[in-house]
Design a protein around this ligand. Structure first.
Ligand code: UDP
Ligand code: MG
Length: 309
């Protein structure tokens, strides 16, 4: 199997037939599968998918009992997909199947992930500006300059997609996650259409969540194996400053008889020591969690290899 299309669907009944038709038109004679994941739609989406599947045996319908979100839908698709190149596309026809050959070309150049860039984005300004800001921040944090991390239109070499384990709303940061695993990532400009049917599933709440997710992704990519470096370094510096302040005050008190009751600095010294020690402890706890989960992974691997023998 050469191409897999992983398409999350949440109330998109009007676009599915057209989408299927346009995909077929743009892949010539390549072997393919289209995995539609119905993410608990409340309209007729699933009926439409089943109808399509009756006509085209390459369509694999999956249905969630309720709305689990885009990340869960994509992850299920990645787990099922068998193609050498795995595409993700939105179901709403905003992503144009005409671009498929250009993605394939880039993958064949050797990239593991090709991410779309909706340069002329046909969405309201309330979506475009915050998105610019996020892309800039994320690019800086991960040293990977992409203009459109969260573009739903992407192509993966199989290994890159299979390495993912996303949940919640982490699909927004997939390029950062893939990149931090050592895969190569690039972007191509893609045409983007206005939504013709249905309505967007995302509102302003995505700003706050997006920011929190950035923290999560930084943690799980950069500090997953060494939480103590993140918390411990700041903890050490903070408690050291607190310690110096306290020693200085103690010297003044003991040798020069200075009264401490009117020195606000005393509180600062104590506060810094306490906070610093807490940060270090948090880092140590993190290390213990990493250690025990590695231990468990190792055991599981051993069990697996025993089972194979
Ligand atoms: N989607 C989904 N589950 C959800 C929300 C959205 O599977 O809970 C799908 C949706 O059907 C579409 C894609 O994710 O195929 C992107 O959603 P949408 O077009 O609403 O996002 P926007 O383009 O407005 O950012
Ligand atoms: Mg859309």
């Amino acid at each position: 199997m050469e191409l897999s299309f992983v398409i999350p669907v949440y109330n998109e009944e009007e676009s599915l037939k057209e989408l299927h038709k346009e995909i077929i038109e743009n892949i010539s004679n390549t072997s393919y599968e289209i995995i539609f994941i119905d993410d608990g739609s409340t309209d007729n989406s699933y009926a439409v998918i089943e109808e399509l599947a009756r006509k085209d045996a390459n369509i694999k319908p999956i249905r969630f009992r309720t709305n689990f979100g885009k990340a869960a839908a994509l992850q299920t698709g990645f787990d099922k997909a068998q193609g050498e190149i795995i595409f993700t596309m939105d179901a709403d026809l905003q992503d144009d199947p005409k671009e498929i050959p250009r993605f394939v070309e880039k993958i064949n150049e050797g990239y593991d992930l090709v991410s779309g860039w909706k340069k002329k984005r046909k969405d309201p300004i309330t979506k475009r500006w915050p998105s610019k800001f996020f892309n800039l921040i994320t690019s800086m944090v991960f040293h990977l300059r992409l203009h459109d991390y969260n573009c739903g239109y992407k192509a993966y070499r199989k290994e890159a997609a299979k390495s993912l384990n996303i949940y919640g709303e982490l699909y927004r940061y997939i390029p950062a996650i893939v990149w931090s695993k050592g895969f190569s990532v690039t972007e191509i400009v893609v045409t983007h259409h206005k939504r013709r049917f249905g309505r967007s599933k995302y509102g302003a709440s995505r700003l706050i969540r997006g920011f929190l997710d950035l923290l999560t992704v930084t943690m799980i990519t950069k500090y997953r194996r060494s939480p103590l470096y993140l918390f411990g370094a700041s903890g050490l510096i903070i408690s050291l400053i607190g310690f110096i302040i306290s020693v200085w005050l103690a010297v003044k008190k003991i040798f020069f008889g200075m009264s401490l009751s009117n020195r606000p600095l005393l509180f600062l010294g104590i506060l810094l020591i306490v906070v610093g020690v807490q940060l270090i402890s948090l880092g140590l706890l993190g290390e213990m969690i990493v250690y025990s989960s590695r231990q468990r992974d190792k055991k599981n691997d051993e069990l697996e290899s025993l089972n194979k023998d």
